[in-house]
Design a protein around this ligand. Structure first.
Ligand code: PLP
Length: 398
């Protein structure tokens, strides 16, 4: 099997499992219990919080453990927007994850918020002037993702955060896909809130982090026993917290080298695919204008500072993403059809449509996302299999 779906999830790293194991077995206390077992769990939780804070450069008290990226986004958006007395206006982008879009829509439907959706260009990039124009005196929150899960576009988050600061608007970013590949230093990013998910990083599914800096008010979304200083009730997932803290520290320790190596492997892979299947279109940043209307020449695939190092997403006009996925699956290659915008949906991806791609072409999308362990040999095999699968699907569709 060749796994090229790391943007969907990653296996738990052995080192992460090893630090979690004692907390799932002998040292299994509830951190709220006032006995030695509980106090030991509390010490582990505190240490995990400090470790996350050190990885991203914030105070331990800014770290809230959640059940994953979806909950972090929900808590950030509903929690910050509802606690902020400035008004009822939110700014977001057209290519956010559903966890963001649906949370924003909830505020619109149930709490009467006005929403300004900032557009993106054909690469998926936001124009800072559009953000500037969107910010108002009654804007409660600006939420714009760091890196996109489908086409890998990386937004100029520090510059957007600076604009927000100038307008005194709190800024949240969904950094779920960026973690492990891009710098997460909060001082450099300048955001007020940031979401992370464990299972994209070599920690288990069901654990996430929301950072909310400083003393910003946050309305809880989950009510109960007052854990996480009242911001997220529910008995803490101590092993998960220790796991995500360790995974984050490990990912950060070799991030730069891993990102550089993935980017050059990815660029060679993209060039290989485009030379084997000249009809294919690399979607997202570093795409020359020409490929939106015609085939790309392999020499036009430069490295891009605006693209996640591990992402290569294509459309294969004249096929369907799902059929290609099946063909590739038969050859032992695991990747993702970029077209489904949510579980069970066969609508064209809102991300690709926002990039100006024809909805019919958007249905032919396939996303390949590398891990730190992906090799050049694997990618050469995959590129050859893509060509075979493409010819097979094209011949079937006449
Ligand atoms: N945000 C982005 C950008 C994602 O890619 C994902 C998951 O794919 C999420 C949020 C949701 O994270 P989780 O699966 O931990 O709920």
């Amino acid at each position: 099997m060749i796994f090229l779906d790391s943007a969907a999830t990653t296996p738990v790293r052995r080192e992460v499992l090893e630090v979690m194991w004692p907390l799932l077995t002998g040292d299994f206390g509830n951190p709220s219990s006032h006995h030695e077992l509980g106090e030991s769990a509390k010490r582990s939780l505190d240490a995990a919080r400090k470790s996350v804070a050190a990885s991203v450069g914030c105070r331990a008290s800014d770290v809230i453990f959640t059940s994953g990226g979806t909950e972090s986004d929900n808590l950030a958006i509903k929690g910050l927007a509802l606690a902020e007395p400035r008004g009822r206006h939110i700014v977001t982008s057209a290519i956010e994850h559903e966890a963001v879009l649906e949370s924003v829509d909830f505020l619109r439907r149930v709490h009467g918020f006005e929403v300004t959706v900032v557009p993106v260009d054909h690469r998926g990039l936001i124009d800072l002037e559009d953000v500037r124009a969107a910010l108002r005196a009654d804007t409660t929150l600006c939420t714009i993702m760091y890196a996109n899960n489908e086409v890998g576009v990386v937004q100029p988050i520090a510059a957007i955060a600076e604009l927000c600061r100038e307008h005194s608007v709190p800024m949240h970013t969904d950094a779920v896909q960026a973690a492990g590949w891009l710098p997460l230093g909060l001082a450099e990013l300048g955001v007020d809130a940031l979401s992370l998910s464990g299972h994209k990083l070599g920690a288990p599914k069901g654990i996430g982090v929301l950072i909310v800096r400083g003393r910003r008010a946050l309305e809880p979304v989950i009510h109960g026993g007052g854990q996480e200083r009242g911001k997220r009730s529910g008995t803490e997932n101590v092993a998960g917290a220790v796991g995500i803290a360790h995974a984050l520290a490990l990912a950060e320790s070799d991030r730069v080298a891993r990102a550089q190596s993935a980017a050059s492997l990815r660029d060679a892979f993209a060039a290989d695919v485009l030379s084997r299947v000249p009809e294919a279109v690399l979607t997202g940043p570093a795409v020359p204008e020409a490929v939106l209307t015609g085939p790309a020449a392999p020499s036009t695939v430069p490295q891009s500072a605006h693209r996640l190092p591990n992402n290569a997403s294509f459309c294969f006009p004249g096929t369907s993403g799902e059929s290609l996925l099946l063909e590739l699956g038969r050859a032992g290659i695991i990747c993702s059809a970029g077209s489904a915008c949510a579980v069970g949906s066969d609508e064209a991806s809102h991300v690709l449509v926002a990039l100006g791609i024809d909805p019919a072409i958007a249905q032919t999308a396939v996303r390949f996302s590398l891990s730190g362990d992906t090799t050049a040999e694997q990618l050469a095999t995959v590129a050859a299999q893509i060509e075979t699968a493409y010819r097979a699907v094209r011949s079937l569709s006449g």
